[in-house]
Design a protein around this ligand. Structure first.
Ligand code: FES
Length: 259
């Protein structure tokens, strides 16, 4: 009889000289990973649909103009991809330099220190200097237009389990997508443009606590920086009871116990 699931058609391509065969529809980034090559990235994760916003995963493809994002570009038969040319390295350093120029430089006292993908990527692309310092670097808030400039906004500490610090947000949208794709809640959105863009839990005056957020923690797990941080035991106190749940992300605590 006919198999219930048809085998996916396979595509063979070359990444940095290595031949790799992957199912049709696979992204160039994933194909590179199959060949053991990791392309720098910030907005892509294994958990979420590709979004293509951070522009760090740019690659060169023989016969194609420009430098497409590898996370959103599907493979094609016979494609020849380069992930590590001098031009790409320079572009990636430039992208990282812009991110860091609009980010607080308080890594040593940041709770995410050592567990921050922004920090990791700055190292991975070899960023040493940032030429665009100083727009008073966030210790002196600056105004670039609207009152919604993230640097003017205080931390949102209203949620009992986590905090949100807009100054550290790189607007990769991973939290927004996790809220939708992992949890199926649409509590978060991105507001504003350019320096004013930020993640928002609803209307401008809303807090996480007053939003549709169900405290599942998917956004905190998805955040690549110190923007969304779990509160520590010191901040929330020790629990007065514990709940065993098999649901990896759910914070609701339905008391479902695995046998
Ligand atoms: Fe591809 Fe961000 S990882 S654009």
């Amino acid at each position: 009889g006919t198999p219930a699931v048809k085998a996916a058609a396979m595509v063979t391509l070359e990444v940095d000289g290595f031949e790799v065969t992957v199912p049709t529809g696979t992204s160039v980034m994933r194909a590179a990973a199959e060949a053991g090559i990791s392309v720098p990235k910030l907005c892509a994760t294994d958990m979420l649909d590709a979004f293509g916003s951070c522009r760090l995963c740019l690659v060169e493809i023989e016969g194609r103009a420009g430098t497409p994002a590898s996370c959103t570009t599907p493979v094609a038969p016979g494609m020849k991809v380069r992930t590590q040319t001098a031009k790409l390295k320079q572009l990636r350093r430039g992208v990282m330099e812009l991110y860091i120029s609009d980010h607080p430089l308080d890594c040593l006292t940041c709770a995410a220190n050592g567990d921050c993908e922004l920090q990791d990527m700055a190292g991975a692309v070899g960023l040493r200097d940032v030429r665009y310092h100083s727009v008073e670097n966030h210790f002196e808030p600056r105004r670039t237009g609207g009152d919604l400039n993230p640097q003017w906004m205080p931390k949102d500490e209203t949620n009992p389990y986590f905090t949100y610090d807009p100054a550290k947000c790189i607007v990769c949208s991973r939290c927004v997508r996790a809220c939708e794709e992992v949890q199926g809640t649409f509590a978060l959105t991105i507001e504003g443009r350019g320096f004013d863009s930020r993640v928002s839990a609803g209307m401008a005056s809303d807090t996480f606590l007053s939003s549709d957020c169900v405290s599942c923690g998917a956004c905190v797990q998805a955040c690549p920086t110190g923007t969304l941080q779990e509160k520590s035991v010191i901040e929330i106190g020790t629990p007065d009871r514990s709940i065993i749940t098999t649901c990896a992300y759910c914070g609701v605590g339905c008391s479902f116990k695995a046998e």
